[in-house]
Design a binder for this molecule. Structure first.
Ligand SMILES: [Fe+2]
Length: 210
């Protein structure tokens, strides 16, 4: 399916919103604010079509403006699995292992590219119905399942947001993560089809297909 979204670091989330939301007309999918003892991370996810977000901004005061990652969406989960195997076979470093994001429900993993930022590779992202969508709010970037390195990466980014240390924006090689429930999701944003798709267990999915 091709390019899905980009996530960019910005020294001012408010300035980025003024340009992309207020001037260009992107609409807010969700705001995420994660607080840590050493800092705070603020993000905004914006959409301009049914994709959950085409661009997102992560405020990192004092840090250089840079790409955090871009995302490529596959046609099927099968393609994601084959891509993950190819990374192993060809020695491509993995920044964040397979998982499913809370806000956009993308099943993905992150590989490192030679430019020093990540490429997210996945499938199954959430589709927005603009006629009923209400902006959501989250206080965590932890995933529904998987993405075990994400929690440590977010803590590192939050600390770096205050220090201006660009190196700390890179994902660590490994870390443990613990699941935490989401905050302030809007039930009306869930289409019936999406609720069924994400609530279904592998067993029920198989029975529906047969
Ligand atoms: Fe992403």
């Amino acid at each position: 399916m091709g390019l899905e979204h980009m996530v960019l670091s910005t020294p001012s989330l408010d300035e980025s919103l003024r340009f992309y939301r207020d001037l260009l007309g992107f609409r807010v999918s969700d705001f995420t604010e994660v607080r840590f003892p050493g800092g705070e991370l603020r993000l905004a996810f914006l959409h301009c079509n049914p994709r959950h977000h085409s661009i997102a901004f992560m405020e990192a005061k004092g840090a250089p403006k840079r790409i955090n990652h871009f995302m490529l969406e596959c046609n099927s989960l099968l393609d994601v699995g084959i891509g993950r195997d190819l990374c192993t076979q060809r020695g491509v470093p993995i920044g964040i292992e397979l998982g499913c994001h809370m806000n956009d429900r993308m099943v993905s993993f992150y590989l490192a590219n030679p430019s020093g930022f990540a490429v997210e590779y996945g499938w199954g992202g959430r589709v927005i119905d603009e006629s009923v969508w209400q902006a959501e709010r989250y206080d965590s970037l932890e995933s529904i399942w998987g993405h075990p390195e994400l929690k440590a990466m977010v803590a590192s980014m939050a600390a770096a947001a205050g220090s201006g240390d660009e190196r700390r924006h890179l994902p660590p090689s490994s870390a443990a993560a613990k699941h935490r429930p989401p905050c302030r999701r809007v039930p009306s944003n869930e289409s019936k089809e999406a609720r069924e798709r994400h609530a279904a267990t592998p067993a029920t999915r198989r029975s529906r297909q047969s």
